[in-house]
Structures are given as structure tokens and as C-alpha cells.
Design a protein around this ligand. Structure first.
Ligand SMILES: Cc1ncc(C[n+]2csc(CCOP(=O)(O)OP(=O)(O)O)c2C)c(N)n1
Ligand code: SF4
Length: 332
């Protein structure tokens, strides 16, 4: 179907993909030929950041590759809500790997395509933070080290959501999950460093590493498009709020993703061959409290006795990111 401008909608809304904006400002979703790679009718919760992130990421990848794309998918919410047997929401060649080996499965597909001389067919691996930072970490590091021709996308909702909100190594300090202390002197997740997978990916010196959030879908599409223009191992880490696991309101998904970036807790940047090559600046640094407060997983920090010291430690983490990645715009 040819491109058709749609009238009488707000220009700022993504529900029509910004079809009324100038062509260079439109998103892939504004294109009537977008592939709808993951179709409506799947069973994600209302306001699921992962479903939104996957839709934009995979449609952008399809657009960038002339629809020559195969995706391998780790076990997790994205796989479960999109493919309850015998149904599927996927409109692309898609394979469900095990929980921990999606990077290896994607590597195998890329190798098979190479043997067949089909270098036009590109490969994506995707999974949640548990499948990426924990059980799939060895396969992912191997994929990076061999520089396999795969884009790996991690949808980070900061816990094992599919199986009932268990802690992962991407769960932030003080966040309550089903497997962290519910009560006691320091409820919630421990204050460790977690696993900073974008930094670990950069340490492998791979061609491209980027972070993104579902609050800036243009930026997300740009990074996926750029990643698909390159060969070798590439990694994109997308911050995707989860209303069910975080105890947040469905309508707050985009707001929380924006607050994660604007507080400095989630630095948005891109890196080429191990060097940071671009950052999304923070417009006006906001206190971490604004991000933490709307989430029930942090409710214990704001009870009758607010946990000022804990909040200060989380603020220090945000401040360190701001310094480390130079997140403040010039002159701030
Ligand atoms: C070897 C193995 N262990 C455990 C499981 C059960 N399991 C399936 S999905 C999942 C959690 C997925 O969490 P994550 O990767 O963070 O994705 P999310 O559901 O949060 O998107 C677990 C523990 C499994 N399928 N295989
Ligand atoms: S539990 Fe979270 S990640 Fe899973 S479908 Fe619901 S909102 Fe999405």
C-alpha cells in the first residue's frame, strides 16, 4: 500500500507514527509499508515496555534489511506472550531458542546463511535481561569474541518477569522482587555493582554497542538501523519498564523510561569499537526520587521512615553515570 498521510490526529503521537510530521522526522511506524513484525493480539500486559521496544526494534531492522531478517528469541516474556502454542504474533522467520543459548543459535543461523551465500539475510538474537546477563552470558560473550555477524538485543526489565519477578543481575539495588528480602534492615536487592552488560560488551571491542529506552523511539530506531548497516557482533540494550514486575501504572511506562534517562540512572549512549561515540544528553537532571516513587518495588523507601541514606546511595549511582558518560548538555 502506498504512503498515505493521515489527517486530524495529533502530530506528537506515536499511535499514527507521526505521519503528519516532515518525512525526516517520521518513524518507521509512520510508513504504511512497515512490516508489523510483531502483530497485535499478543498477550503482553497492558503498558508492557518490552512489547513496545520489540515492535519498534524489529520493524526498524526489517526496514533496514529489505525485510531479509531472521530472529532467534530466548525464553522469556517476549517469547511467551507472542507465541502461545499454536499461535504466533510474529510476521518474520522467528525461532525460539533455549533460555540461555539464543546468541549461539543466532550465530549458527548466521553461519548457515554464510555457507548458503545468503549474506543478504541478516540475523538478530533477542532476550530479556535474565537470558542475557545471567544464563546466556557465556554464549553472548563468545558471540562477541568471535565477532559473529549478529545483532543481539537485550530488553532490560530488570528481573525475570516471565516466571514471576525473580531477581536478575540487572535488578537495581533496593528493588524488591520475589527473591529478595521483603523485610529486615535492608529490604530489596543488595547494593552490588550488578552486571553492566553494555560496558562489558564495549570491553570486547565489538563494532557497535548502544543503549536506548522506549521513551525515545526515534533514537531506538536510529540505533537499530545503524547496527544493521554494520557487520560483525553488535549489541543494543533497551530499557523497558514492566508494570507488573515494578508495580507501576501501565500508563507510566514511557514516563518511567524517560525518568530513568533524565535522572542519569540509565545512561543512553552509543559506542563504536569500545569507545563511546555519542550520548543522549539529559535536558534537566532530575532527582532519583521522582523515578523511584511511582514504583511499588521501591515503596519501602518512602514509608513512615523514609530511607534517606538508601535513596542517597541510588542518587550517587546516577551522579556517577552523569560524570562517567558526560550526560549533561554543554553549559549545565
Ligand atoms: C534452563 C532454564 N532455566 C529456567 C527456565 C525458566 N525460565 C523461563 S523464562 C525465565 C525468566 C526470563 O527472564 P528474562 O530473561 O529476564 O526475561 P523476561 O521474562 O523478564 O522478559 C525463566 C527463569 C528455563 N526456561 N530454562
Ligand atoms: S510481565 Fe512485564 S515484561 Fe512480561 S508481559 Fe507483563 S509487562 Fe511485559
Amino acid at each position: 500500500m502506498p504512503f498515505q498521510p493521515v489527517k486530524f490526529y495529533q502530530t506528537g503521537t506515536f499511535t499514527v507514527g507521526n505521519r503528519l510530521l516532515d518525512p525526516h522526522e517520521r518513524s518507521v511506524q509512520a510508513n504504511m509499508q512497515r512490516t508489523n513484525s510483531i502483530n497485535s493480539g499478543h498477550r503482553a500486559c497492558q503498558g508492557c515496555g518490552e512489547a513496545l521496544g520489540a515492535r519498534y526494534a524489529i520493524d526498524a531492522a526489517m526496514n533496514a534489511t529489505g525485510n531479509q531478517l531472521i530472529a532467534a528469541n530466548a525464553t522469556g516474556c517476549l517469547e511467551v506472550f507472542s507465541t502461545p502454542y499454536p499461535e504466533t504474533s510474529w510476521q518474520i522467520p522467528w525461532i525460539h531458542s533455549l533460555f540461555g543459548n539464543t546468541a549461539a543459535v543466532a550465530t549458527g543461523i548466521a553461519a548457515a546463511m554464510k555457507v548458503k551465500g545468503r549474506t543478504d539475510v541478516r540475523v538478530i538474537a533477542q532476550g530479556g535481561d535474565g537470558g542475557t546477563t545471567d544464563i546466556g552470558f557465556g554464549c553472548l560473550s563468545g558471540m562477541f569474541e568471535r565477532n559473529d555477524d549478529v545483532l543481539y538485543i537485550c530488553y532490560d526489565n530488570e528481573a525475570y518477569m516471565n516466571t514471576g519477578v525473580q531477581r536478575s543481575s540487572a535488578t537495581p539495588p533496593a528493588a524488591r522482587t520475589a527473591t529478595t528480602m521483603a523485610v529486615g534492615p535492608e529490604p530489596g536487592n543488595v547494593f552490588g555493582q550488578g552486571k553492566n552488560i553494555p560496558a562489558i560488551a564495549m570491553a570486547h571491542g565489538i563494532p557497535y554497542v548502544a543503549t536506548a529506552t522506549v521513551a525515545d523511539l526515534h533514537d531506538l530506531e536510529y540505533k537499530v538501523t545503524k547496527a544493521m548497516s554494520l557487520r560483525g557482533a553488535r549489541y543494543i540494550h533497551i530499557f523497558v519498564p514492566c508494570p507488573l514486575g515494578w508495580g507501576s501504572r501501565s500508563e507510566d511506562t514511557i514516563r518511567l523510561a524517560r525518568l530513568a534517562k533524565e535522572t542519569g540512572l540509565f545512561p543512553v549512549f552509543e559506542a563504536e569499537r569500545g569507545e563511546v561515540s555519542g550520548v543522549s544528553h539529559i535536558r534537566k537532571p532530575l532527582p532519583v526520587e521522582e523515578y523511584l516513587r511511582p514504583q511499588r518495588r521501591f515503596a519501602h523507601l518512602f514509608g513512615a521512615e523514609p530511607q534517606v541514606a538508601v535513596i542517597a546511595r541510588i542518587q550517587a549511582m546516577a551522579d556517577r553515570n552523569i560524570r562517567r558518560y558526560g550526560l549533561l548538555a554543554e553549559g549545565k
